[in-house]
Design a protein around this ligand. Structure first.
Ligand code: ATP
Ligand code: MG
Length: 400
């Protein structure tokens, strides 16, 4: 038996009234975009519900695409029955049989919007439930906490039967929270941070610092691939490639080796903020996690943070590595992140980076680097921007 429709559920419980309908419309718009390769789908809004009619499109593939839509809390495959008891019973039985996990207990909840139907809701619960029980060994009824709630809706336009609830990604509609710059390295953390930002409604533009020729073409390709993977949740992502070789080599020439990382990261944040201003973004997202490495102690974050005024969003700040890796695996950035090619920071890491830099000392050192502000401007000026998407590059620029 085929699934004919999908019932969509949206958003957070706190949403009310106008906000809810705006939220739904935004998610719906994005869902339509994400499902663009299924031309026969038909979206219907009725009685406060939103359904997709499959019209012969394959359920499994459509469901996989829905699994990448932010703001969708869950969805259910819907089986359509004929408006007679025999068809409803048979459809209900099939729906329970097709569940991915065989339930031990169930209940039937009938809603009869079409009052012409010859049985009451109460009677139908018994008539349908009894039929399913007779045909499935070991299944029991539990009206309080059933494994499966088999829902039957009798409407004028048809009878809908559904029970499976497939969890969606949740989060906010794509792009509903404004734009931020993601500092994207080739590592495990920053793609996850970017994805979590997107899930919360951010449009992100990625900023990557490279030290070509010290870092290879392949290291750059890895960042392009990570961006493309994230772009699978959107129509595409802008990737800004910042030439960082000059600044890094000049900083390394300085005497305070243990402050190198702190100085480098201050330069990175300054450049990222300038790029953010240029591209109308209001925040910076990083993959930092408190205490994970020397440069991510509170003291270092404090010292590095001083150079920017924009909010810095750190979605991973309190997460453990195992939690981060779990998300990286789910969004399939992990296999790309663990490819061995080095990014700029790995190459220039000093032996003993300080975990407790003095802001005063750092500022004093920088004040003597008379080349620094020019080099920062130059890096911004020579940044190369690419549009990365899973389709042909550049096809959806007009949406931004
Ligand atoms: P990641 O796994 O994201 O590389 P990390 O644990 O290696 O993070 P760091 O190297 O200290 O930690 O980097 C902290 C954050 O700084 C990264 O998550 C990323 O947001 C940013 N960052 C580091 N290197 C780069 C780079 N080459 N280009 C852009 N951003 C970078
Ligand atoms: Mg890294």
């Amino acid at each position: 038996m085929n699934v004919q429709m999908i019932l969509l559920r949206f958003g957070e419980l706190t949403l009310k009234g106008k906000n809810r309908s705006r939220f739904e419309n935004q998610v719906l718009q994005h869902a339509k975009y994400m499902l663009r390769s299924f031309p026969r789908l038909h979206f219907i809004k009725t009685y406060g519900r939103i359904y997709i009619e499959l019209n012969g499109e394959p359920y499994e593939q459509v469901a996989a695409a829905l699994g990448k839509v932010f703001g969708l809390s869950s969805f259910s495959p819907v089986h359509k029955a004929e408006p007679n008891l025999a068809s409803i019973r048979e459809t209900a039985l099939q729906a329970v049989r097709e569940l991915p996990n065989r339930p031990k207990t169930f209940k039937v909840s009938v809603r009869r919007a079409d009052k012409h139907f010859p049985h009451s809701s109460q009677e139908l619960n018994g008539l349908i439930g009894g039929y399913v029980l007779r045909h499935m060994n070991g299944l029991k009824v539990d009206v309080h906490r059933p494994d499966v709630d088999l829902r039957v809706e009798i409407r004028e336009e048809g009878v809908f039967v559904y029970s499976e609830v497939v969890p969606g990604l949740g989060g906010y509609p794509f792009g509903s929270s404004g734009k931020a710059m993601l500092m994207l390295s080739g590592g495990i953390d920053s793609p996850v941070a970017g994805w979590l930002g997107m899930k919360r409604g951010l449009v992100i533009e990625a900023v990557h610092f490279h030290s070509f020729p010290y870092t290879s073409e392949r290291a750059q390709q890895k960042v392009v691939d990570l961006t493309r993977q994230l772009a699978g949740y959107t129509n595409g992502i802008k990737l800004h490639m910042v030439p960082f070789t000059e600044i890094q080599t000049k900083l390394r020439g300085g005497s305070r080796d243990n402050l190198l990382i702190t100085l480098m990261r201050r330069a990175m944040f300054r450049i990222t903020e300038k790029l953010a201003e240029k591209h109308d973004a209001l925040a910076i997202v990083t993959g930092e996690s408190l205490g994970q490495v020397a440069s991510q102690t509170l003291s270092n974050m404090y010292t590095i943070n001083q150079v920017v005024r924009m909010p810095i969003l750190r979605p991973l700040i309190t997460m453990d590595k195992t939690e981060i890796i779990r998300i990286a695996e789910m969004i399939e950035t992990y296999p790309i992140s663990i490819l061995p090619y080095e990014d700029c920071c790995t190459l220039f890491v000093p032996k003993n980076p300080t975990t407790n830099p003095s802001l005063r000392v750092v500022e004093r050192i920088e004040s003597r680097l008379e080349w620094l502000s020019d080099e920062i401007d130059k890096a911004v000026e020579h940044t190369e921007t690419e549009w990365i998407s899973q389709d042909t590059p550049g096809t959806h620029d007009e949406l931004f």
